[in-house]
Design a binder for this molecule. Structure first.
Ligand SMILES: Nc1ncnc2c1ncn2[C@@H]1O[C@H](COP(=O)(O)OP(=O)(O)OP(=O)(O)O)[C@@H](O)[C@H]1O
Length: 317
């Protein structure tokens, strides 16, 4: 549904994005994750036709963004970081206005607006002035304007930025409900955001894609028993003394006992080493029985750090 080919955007000598390529299949919900300044907004602005690339192009539903920008715009609902709302209009007036701009069929207009207001949960505030709504509700109105015209593709730039935790959960639920009918790209620099909503994550750093996978696979790819949680029958000092001698162990943290006479410990290995067997032999030789050992999945924060550091190390070589 979306195909991005070798997109580059240069400002002077500075690359905002550099040779980015990726595809998003119909019905997919993909998270675009990266720190501030990574190039997320630039990429989205190019796909939506608000910015022209220095090199490369993109296709939306088979239409080239450079050759047929109007066809592309028809197929995309865009929620920019700061949605263009008219504060002195009521919700209904505003959506009516956007429907006219997007040339929604007059006969269809009321029915489609009602459906959209229902979907994003703003039907009960339809007659309120936008300026009097909370930030969370303003964001829903922004989402509603993106949905007008029923575009098959939705591009949402930081949709939950500035919202409180309750509003974040509500907007996420709304977005999840949209995915059956739309292909969605959602950008965020908040890592739990994409793992909560998206099936696949594209990680972008300094204008380049550094990873593309499901949140689960990214986590698996980088663990391999390199971060473990264990429960060991024995005393803290003894366990520590054994673990610190196991080759490859770089970090040991006791997290408080969960059972009497045991210690609960997190152990991390350097360079993704699998240290499970060595730990097993070392502790059993010292007659310190392991009652439980499990791999701890990396959080997306840790994955992101690893991927971006790996890239730095590769650059340094
Ligand atoms: N108009 C511009 N002129 C010069 N440099 C720019 C311009 N717009 C963006 N950049 C630079 O391009 C890079 C990518 O910016 P972009 O806004 O795409 O990042 P982002 O990932 O969306 O970050 P944020 O979450 O902060 O918006 C940054 O280094 C930024 O400073």
């Amino acid at each position: 549904m979306i195909k991005v080919e070798h997109l580059t955007k240069k400002y002077g000598q500075h690359y905002a994005i550099h040779d980015i390529s990726f595809e998003v299949q119909k019905g997919e919900i993909v998270g675009f994750l990266g720190p501030n300044g990574a190039g997320k907004s630039t990429t989205m602005n190019i796909i939506t036709g608000y910015l022209s690339p220095t090199e490369g192009t993109a296709y939306v539903d088979g239409f080239d963004i450079l050759e047929e920008p109007e066809e592309v715009k028809k197929r995309i609902g865009y929620l920019p970081e700061n949605p263009p709302l008219y504060m002195d209009m009521t919700v209904q007036e505003y959506l009516d206005f956007v429907s006219d701009i997007k040339k929604v069929d007059k006969k269809e207009k009321k029915r489609s607006m009602d459906k959209i207001m229902e979907t994003v949960g703003i039907a009960h505030v339809r007659n309120r002035l936008i300026k009097n709504l909370s930030k969370g509700y303003k964001q829903r109105v922004g989402l509603a304007q993106a949905l007008i015209g029923n575009p098959p593709v939705l591009i949402l730039d930081e949709p939950t930025i500035g919202l409180d935790p309750k509003q974040i959960i509500e907007i996420r639920t709304v977005i999840k409900n949209l995915r059956s009918e739309h292909t969605i790209i959602l950008s965020s620099h908040i890592l739990p955001e994409v793992s909560a909503v998206c099936e696949r994550v594209l990680i972008i750093n300094k204008g380049k894609i550094v990873a593309s996978d499901t949140p689960e696979n990214l986590s698996k790819r980088l663990t391999h028993g390199s971060k473990l949680q264990m429960r060991v029958l024995g005393q803290k000092q003894k366990v520590y003394g054994i673990l610190e001698k196991v080759p490859g162990v770089k970090y040991i943290e006791f997290i408080g006992p969960k059972e009497p006479n045991t210690v609960e410990v997190i152990v991390e290995a350097e360079n993704n080493l699998d240290i499970r067997a060595d730990i097993f032999y070392a502790l059993s030789e010292a007659r310190l029985p392991i009652l439980m050992m499990r791999a701890v999945d990396l959080t997306l924060e840790e994955i992101f750090l690893q991927l971006t550091t790996e890239e730095k190390e590769a650059e340094a070589v």
